[in-house]
Write a protein that binds this ligand. Sequence first.
Ligand code: NDP
Length: 247
Amino acid sequence: MDKVCAVFGGSRGIGRAVAQLMARKGYRLAVIARNLEGAKAAAGDLGGDHLAFSCDVAKEHDVQNTFEELEKHLGRVNFLVNAAGINRDGLLVRTKTEDMVSQLHTNLLGSMLTCKAAMRTMIQQQGGSIVNVGHRREMLLHKRSIVGLKGNSGQSVYSASKGGLVGFSRALAKEVARKKIRVNVVAPGFVHTDMTKDLKEEHLKKNIPLGRFGETIEVAHAVVFLLESPYITGHVLVVDGGLQLIL
Ligand code: NDP
């Protein structure tokens, strides 16, 4: 059976690095993002017969159409990576409702919709593997660490979306384990991508035990490790340069 993987958010950043690594490992890939040109450029860089699709994960109709189309052209999806995400950081009192909704819809509802769409095929074929990209801090919240309890000023809505993603992924992992479908989360710290380009890196990296931001390929290795680990499910793998050791 072909190894077919849908990578949502595959046009840039972490998702793009995942797609590049998986292409080298022989997977057939669907590179998916809202901007079709970006997705096409990323798929084109992979070489081979990978395909690009335009889809807004926050829209159920878009997600369903994308799965129908990609299965028509690539075959049944047995691997799914949810790396589409946005942040609109700011204090809650200054955050517009539409920015709250777009973060929750993209980061949380979007992963629910893609998992639901993938599930039909994965249940039929009695197997599949999903990795959702969360966030380091919400992993700590999940473990009730002091950092989680302290929260993160300016990221209340983003944190809610990513905290929800961990709960969703673990519950789904339990729900579908008997069908031989695995669901895991990779929770990165600070990684060099468009999302972090405006952060004060010189200041922030002083707090990271490994002394630097991560690179997308370093997160991609963790994603692919979980995708391919047949006896791991419901796990949250933190990739943060050791931040959780000190915060
Ligand atoms: P980037 O901004 O570099 O890339 C985001 C990707 O998601 C793009 O491909 C973008 O394409 C796509 N995307 C955004 N919104 C949608 C949507 N509604 N539907 C479909 N695709 C969408 O982000 P990163 O690579 O940095 O982040 C990837 C994931 O990792 C996110 O979930 C983020 O929250 C998480 N993360 C990132 C960290 C970091 O330090 N970079 C740290 C912790 C977690 P397009 O705009 O064309 O749709």
